[in-house]
Design a protein around this ligand. Structure first.
Ligand SMILES: Cc1cc2nc3c(=O)[nH]c(=O)nc-3n(C[C@H](O)[C@H](O)[C@H](O)COP(=O)(O)OP(=O)(O)OC[C@H]3O[C@@H](n4cnc5c(N)ncnc54)[C@H](O)[C@@H]3O)c2cc1C
Length: 361
């Protein structure tokens, strides 16, 4: 995941000793994060340069390694799946009930359980709490190659590159893991192609297996130039791929407003604001939510604010900030898959800037 403007809030959340190791959880720990970098966009068919989006301190983080860095010193119970929430009559506590029958009584429950959040569905009901499915989907690959091929694919950019294909496809190719600099055959690349696909088409192909998905994305890749053309062509026929429809959840929609029970329950991250990923904003907002929640809890504990007020203020700011990005990211996704509108898309006109700053400019 790309962390850029959210790096400041993450640094503020972590003890200095942990932040000092942020480099070690990058996809390539040997490649120091440059102060000034750029995300380059190519015409996926011709290979011509289309745009170079400036990025300051663009960290490329490995999810698993980042989690391992951050979990130190925390009491985390893995394998617990939230099922329901109950509230005490005195207005002071909430109880998280898990699928294994166990429970935890807390002063506050923060549902940070991702885009398909159970907490959100518990708060809003199964229908209002559901994500909105969008007419776009993508097929993802993680793959390794021979040393020679891996070196060739990395020539286009050491870390990441985006491609826009006039046929209506968007694509990304990045490094997932290159811990061992000297052995390119151990490097893992991560790449995908996304495209417009009606909800009906998504329903009709829901039963497709791996072989069909791989064949479909390989066919799309034939319309590409390198690095995508070769990256897909070189995949074996049994290569595992992941297919996923795109979706969003805009917390600004009045029907999406949840009752926080006097500040005893709230949402953060994708659970509160699932967004499409082509503008690379979700993690940056999620980390910002965490930093703001910590501040809210500090004010509650110190007695500066009541729990109801502090959590309401957190939610109001988060809903406006991240909600505007949900809307912008969905517009961005639609434009990136329409060749005539690509150059007017938010990522082309405003890069990876925060949506609230784009409006202010
Ligand atoms: C392909 C792709 C590329 C992306 N690239 C970028 C990028 O470059 N930059 C960027 O800023 N963002 C990016 N994002 C978005 C980013 O990944 C998310 O915004 C971010 O991971 C959200 O973090 P989260 O903790 O809210 O949710 P998640 O990372 O989804 O974590 C949710 C956690 O909750 C757990 N969980 C789920 N249900 C339950 C339950 N019932 N009980 C208990 N636990 C549960 C899950 O197991 C998971 O561990 C990308 C997303 C995708 C899909």
């Amino acid at each position: 995941m790309g962390l850029h403007w959210g790096a400041g809030p993450l640094q503020a959340l972590l003890p200095e000793e942990q932040w000092s190791r942020i480099q070690s959880v990058q996809v390539d720990p040997n490649e120091p994060t440059a102060e000034q970098d750029a995300l380059n966009f190519l015409n996926g068919q011709s290979g011509e340069a289309m745009a170079s989006i400036p990025a300051r301190y663009f960290y490329r983080l490995r999810r698993r390694k980042l989690r391992a860095l951050m979990e130190q010193g925390l009491d985390i119970r893995y394998g617990k799946r939230l099922q329901n929430i109950q509230y005490s009559a005195d207005g002071k506590h909430a109880t998280a009930i898990f699928e294994d029958g166990s429970s935890i009584v807390a002063r506050i429950i923060v549902g940070a359980d991702g885009a398909r959040s159970t907490t959100r569905r518990v708060l809003l009901g199964p229908s209002r709490g559901e994500v909105r499915r969008l007419p776009y989907c993508a097929t993802f690959v993680q793959a390794q190659y021979s040393a020679e091929r891996a070196r060739y694919l990395r020539q286009f950019h050491p870390l990441y590159i985006a491609g826009i294909n006039p046929a209506g496809y968007f694509s990304f190719l990045g490094l997932h893991d290159a811990t061992d600099r000297e052995r390119p055959e151990t490097w893992t690349f991560f790449f995908y192609i996304s495209w417009h696909s009606s909800l009906q088409e998504q329903r009709e192909t829901a039963g497709w297996g791996n072989a069909q998905r791989l064949a479909q994305v390989k066919k799309f890749a034939k319309t590409y130039t390198d690095p995508w053309k070769s990256a897909f062509e070189w995949l074996p026929d049994d290569q595992q791929v992941w297919y996923m429809g795109l979706s969003d959840f805009d917390p600004r929609d009045p029907s999406h407003r949840w009752d926080n029970h006097g500040g005893r329950v709230t949402l953060a991250g994708d659970a509160a604001h699932a967004m499409t990923y082509q503008r690379g904003q979700g993690l940056n907002h999620s980390i910002t939510d965490a930093a703001n929640l910590v501040e809210a809890v500090r004010r509650i504990v110190s007695g500066e604010a009541t729990q109801a007020d502090a959590i309401k203020e957190y939610e109001d700011e988060m809903i406006a900030r991240a909600g505007s990005e949900v809307g912008l990211s969905t517009v961005n996704t639609a434009m990136l898959h329409d060749w005539h509108k690509v150059l007017q898309s938010p990522v082309m006109t405003s890069g990876m800037q925060r949506s609230t700053e784009i409006k202010a400019n």
